[in-house]
Design a protein around this ligand. Structure first.
Ligand SMILES: Cc1cc2nc3c(=O)[nH]c(=O)nc-3n(C[C@H](O)[C@H](O)[C@H](O)COP(=O)(O)O)c2cc1C
Length: 203
């Protein structure tokens, strides 16, 4: 008997919207993105798992002209024109004091106290958890019919000084978000991915 055919819980159209047809767009429709939509995406993707339920990602929405300009100014020059074309810019940050929230999220006071004394571990955990949540967030934006390009190419210290000073938030990745341009995603030819034959092993 051969393997069972996989029955996805999402239909082919949903799988295309989330993965196979979705691109890292640099061209967008003119339609603005409502901040409330971003908040609704957050409320969905907040349920994705993180280590010890640390949920360290925070999100700054650069809605004002000043905040938007600061994001673009602190990006690498090659990223600036692409960011300028995105109707809404977001800064995903890790909260280096994420452990302060552990007890209120149902975790233990002692876990929070241990982390309070271990900034190196906190940095590693908050980075890992934030990048994981950033992945959930990308898929959530796509589920809301939005297109997004993530950006790691920016001056993190400069971004933090311009937008996040006086907070425990440290920028990790930018998102240029908008509704997809009807004709051109602007992401060029699709690059390859590793197939299961290449990247998956059964031990
Ligand atoms: C963490 C991260 C950092 C990235 N940094 C940049 C960047 O600085 N500039 C840029 O143009 N694209 C950046 N990208 C976009 C990737 O190049 C793009 O997502 C990838 O090539 C896949 O493209 P596709 O979704 O269109 O197939 C980044 C993507 C991720 C996930």
């Amino acid at each position: 008997m051969g393997p069972m055919p996989t029955s996805f819980v999402l239909d082919a159209a949903a799988r295309a919207a989330l993965f196979t047809d979705a691109r890292s767009n640099t061209h967008f429709d003119d339609q603005p993105v409502d901040v409330e939509t971003i908040r609704e995406v957050w409320e969905l993707v907040k349920w994705g798992p993180t280590g010890n339920n640390t949920v360290p990602m925070r999100l700054a929405i650069a809605q004002s002209d000043e905040a938007r300009a600061a994001v673009i100014d602190n990006a690498l020059p090659g990223n600036r024109p692409k960011l300028e074309r995105a109707p809404l810019l977001l800064v995903a940050a890790r909260d280096e004091r994420f452990h302060d929230s552990i007890p209120s999220l149902g975790g233990s006071e002692s876990a929070a106290a241990r982390l309070d004394e271990d900034p190196v571990r906190r940095e590693r955990m908050s980075h890992t958890g934030t990048m994981l949540q950033a992945g959930y967030f990308i898929i959530g934006l796509r589920a809301a019919g939005l297109a997004v390009r993530p950006y790691g190419g920016f001056d993190k210290a400069g971004m933090d000084a311009a937008l996040l000073s006086g907070t425990s938030w440290r920028s990790e990745v930018l998102f240029g978000v908008g509704y997809p341009h009807p004709e051109d995603h602007g992401a060029g030819e699709r690059q390859g991915r590793m197939s299961a034959d290449q990247a998956v092993t059964v031990l």
